[in-house]
Design a protein around this ligand. Structure first.
Ligand code: AMP
Ligand code: ZN
Length: 473
């Protein structure tokens, strides 16, 4: 089925047509590893993971590249302030390299728990300095870059399509950039952005530094994504994704420098995930209003319950995080797990066959192919799950289970991995008591005990082989 994806560049949904047949080259901006990533960051990575899985299910071989920002990302996206990594090192009394390693590992552990697959190439910016210098050299040769006493800059006034991604005019951008106080006075245009900082002046003690023909220094933030994406995927490549906050600065600058250097587009489809909010404000480390996976665990929520929550909203809609919605998502996931477990427990062969499974698969695929409409895809699943609970005997349990497992290749909710929980001892003893009451034909007592079992979250079913106990789905 053809996939339709919303392209920020053209502002419309387009049918995805890859450059190389049956292949999709995907680049996604990775974490800045100076601190833990928060639930907002993970919302974006889950959207990108769903995108990758959906492309694969649609038959594309995906090459996924992600950078790790371990140098050059300043505390303000507008090239002012401190390097976030150096700041993290000072805060923790560690070296920048240790900080980068620690938070890269933390990121990898988190994404494993969230069932987010690791990129085929996960590339730290500090490992690709030569590739970054190469682009800056090309820009310099073509007259797009210039040097001041503190940095090398990209001259935005030379690039005629600057701002096409955001639709923001350069004039508006100038006004916005003027708000920054610590600007380099030697910049030609306020919106010019740094390609390379020299380790002099306020950066004289910067630990991460490399030689270059222009002088010792370190790369600006945007150049790493241009260099890494093109090195591993070519130029142009198919899809570039990230959070919406990257549209007006980071991705706009990536496009400007890559296209100016090599005279061809950087990527064909630009996709952006909307924010996760708390009380209508963007979840952000800098604002201090954020939750990590550890915060969620303290409140009793699993990473996959958070993944489920993310799937309940379309990736292009803002989502407000509340503990109530988190709890509801967790309950829904438990119900889905209980359904899968009950399907696994069905032993007898089914006589009747539900004929709707093919159309369910079609509906699910159509929702996913429509710009990753995961809320709709989930609704399709709940329709079939409730139909099953109403009339379990009308279903071929094995076939339905296969369909749910198949859907989970995109959902990533770990449906195949659920383990049957042991029935708690308390429940078991009430069940035994009830069996005894039934033997004595004390139906009132037996019914009362059934309710007691239900209140503990379990259902008891009487079969010729004795009582069967399962969790309430
Ligand atoms: P960073 O580590 O700040 O470079 O961000 C990593 C990714 O998370 C980027 O793609 C950001 O656009 C994205 N991001 C940051 N904050 C949020 C948020 N509140 N909601 C969704 N995505 C976010
Ligand atoms: Zn990037």
């Amino acid at each position: 089925m053809a996939m339709k994806l919303y392209n920020t560049l053209t502002r419309k949904k387009e049918i995805f047509k890859p450059i190389k047949e049956a292949h999709a080259a995907l680049y996604t901006c990775g974490p800045t590893v100076y601190n833990y990533q928060h639930a907002g960051n993970y919302r974006t990575y889950i959207f990108e993971d769903v995108l990758r899985r959906a492309l694969e299910r649609a038959g594309y071989a995906v090459t996924h590249v992600m950078n790790i920002t371990d140098v050059g990302h300043l505390t303000s996206d507008a090239d002012t302030g401190e390097d976030k990594l150096e700041k993290g090192a000072a805060r923790e009394g560690k070296t920048v390299w240790d900080v980068a390693r620690f938070y890269t590992d933390a990121f990898l552990q988190d994404i494993e728990k969230l069932n987010i697959r690791v990129a085929d190439h996960l590339v730290p910016a500090t490992q690709e300095i030569a590739a970054q210098i190469e682009i800056i050299e090309a820009l310099f040769k073509k007259g797009y870059a210039y040097q001041t006493s503190s940095a090398m800059y990209f001259d935005v006034s030379k690039f005629k399509d600057y701002g096409a991604l955001s639709g923001q005019k350069l004039e508006e951008k100038k006004t916005a950039a003027r708000g920054d106080v610590v600007e380099d006075m030697e910049k030609k245009n306020p919106a010019d952005f740094a390609l390379w900082f020299f380790t002099i002046g306020k950066y004289k003690d910067h630990v991460m530094r490399w030689p270059s023909v222009w002088g010792e220094g370190f790369p600006g933030w945007h150049i790493e994504c241009s260099a890494i994406s093109t090195k591993y995927l070519g130029q142009p490549f198919d899809i570039h994704a990230g959070g919406v906050d990257h549209i007006s600065v980071h991705h706009t600058n990536e496009i400007a420098q890559s296209e100016a250097a090599y005279g061809k587009p950087l990527a064909r489809y630009w996709m952006h995930g909307e924010f996760l909010l708390i009380n209508t404000a963007k979840m952000a480390k800098s604002a201090g209003n954020f939750y990590t996976l550890a915060t969620l665990a303290e409140e009793g929520f699993s990473p996959l319950a958070f993944r489920y929550l993310v799937l309940t909203a379309h990736y292009r809609s803002q989502m407000n995080f509340t503990w109530e919605s988190m709890a509801a998502a967790s309950r829904s996931l438990e119900r889905l797990y209980a359904t899968v477990q009950s399907l696994k427990d069905v032993k007898k062969a089914t006589i009747l066959h539900y004929r709707g499974l093919t159309s369910i698969v079609e509906k699910f695929d159509a929702a996913v192919a429509d710009d990753l409409n995961m809320p709709k895809a989930l609704a399709v699943i709940w329709d079939i799950v409730s139909a099953y609970h109403k009339n379990p005997d009308h279903f071929d349990a094995k076939a339905l289970l296969t369909v749910l497992y198949d859907f989970d290749t995109i959902l990533g909710l770990g449906l195949r991995d659920i383990k049957k929980e042991p029935i708690p001892a308390e429940v078991k003893s009430i069940v035994a008591e009830r069996e005894e009451a039934r033997r004595q034909k004390d139906w009132a007592k037996s019914d009362g005990l059934r309710e007691k079992i239900k209140a503990l979250g379990y259902l008891v079913k009487d079969t010729p082989e004795g009582a069967e106990v399962a969790r309430v789905p």
